[in-house]
Design a binder for this molecule. Structure first.
Ligand SMILES: [Zn+2]
Length: 259
């Protein structure tokens, strides 16, 4: 019945697990993972409720294929708990932008699970943090291309595939605004980086990210990269130095989350 929660040291930017060797002496709260040190993401900070495994994985799968699934409200409460981690440092007013599906995926599924989760989460937050002005802005971001089917692509191809996948429909709506980007799962961060990049390009003052679950990166067969959810296999976005992400060793055991 329990949903797993993330424990241990996490990267101050992306929330990935980091080991003690990556800590700077005397600065335990400022640990950055290797990825964020080498290629700082365009978002300020990403938080997640817990790892994408066990009951969480089952519940997200159920939600994706049944919009009225009884799990939706409970998952929304968990997302609200993750968002609340940002309350102390995030701006007092933010636009809440769910990561959009491509229209072909939307037509197939009939709803956007990120939007459903955001709607439920905002309901909880309006009670727990009534002073926090969070406004749902679900038509702000558009997905120009479907980017889910990236299995079999090299990291470089994945990075190129997701580059420019998002655009802001009306830049004046986000100009100088602080944005909280919402998605169900955070894997490599490629989607969050691409979406945040589009928002920053449109003039957003800052972008923050909250997801329900963080998928664990796992290595298979001694080389290459595999993820727990094939749908989420994505590379890094274009602003990252190519050399860093084209080596399979980026996801070596040294960098693996340990939860
Ligand atoms: Zn990081």
């Amino acid at each position: 019945m329990e949903f797993p929660v993330q424990s241990g040291l996490v990267c101050a930017r992306c929330g990935d697990s980091v080991d003690a060797a990556q800590l700077e002496a005397g600065r335990p709260n400022s640990a950055l993972c290797r990825t964020c040190r080498l290629a700082p993401p365009p978002f300020v900070r990403a938080v997640a409720f817990g790892p994408y495994q066990g009951r969480m994985k089952e519940a997200i799968h159920a939600l994706k294929y049944d919009r009225l699934h009884p799990a939706a409200r409970g998952l929304g409460r968990m997302l609200a708990a993750a968002i609340a981690e940002l309350a102390a440092e995030a701006p007092a007013a933010m636009l809440v932008v769910p990561v959009p599906l491509h229209r072909s995926k939307y037509a197939e599924r009939g709803f956007n699970q990120a939007r459903a989760l955001a709607t439920h989460a905002l309901g909880f937050l309006s009670k727990s943090h009534p002073e926090w002005r969070l406004t749902l802005a679900s038509s702000t971001l558009m997905r120009l291309r479907a980017t889910e089917s990236q299995a079999g692509l090299t990291p470089r191809m994945r990075r190129l595939n997701v580059r420019g996948a998002f655009t802001v429909s009306d830049p004046s709506a986000v100009k100088l605004k602080h944005v909280l980007l919402i998605d169900d799962i955070f894997t490599t961060g490629a989607t969050a980086r691409a979406a945040a990049q589009a928002l920053v390009k449109a003039g957003a003052a800052s972008v923050w990210v909250a997801t329900l679950a963080r998928a664990r990166r796992i290595s298979e067969f001694g080389r290459g990269v595999a993820f727990q959810d094939g749908e989420q296999i994505e590379g890094m976005t274009g602003d990252a130095p190519a050399a860093v992400f084209e080596e399979g060793s980026r996801f070596s055991s040294h960098d693996q989350p340990s939860f």
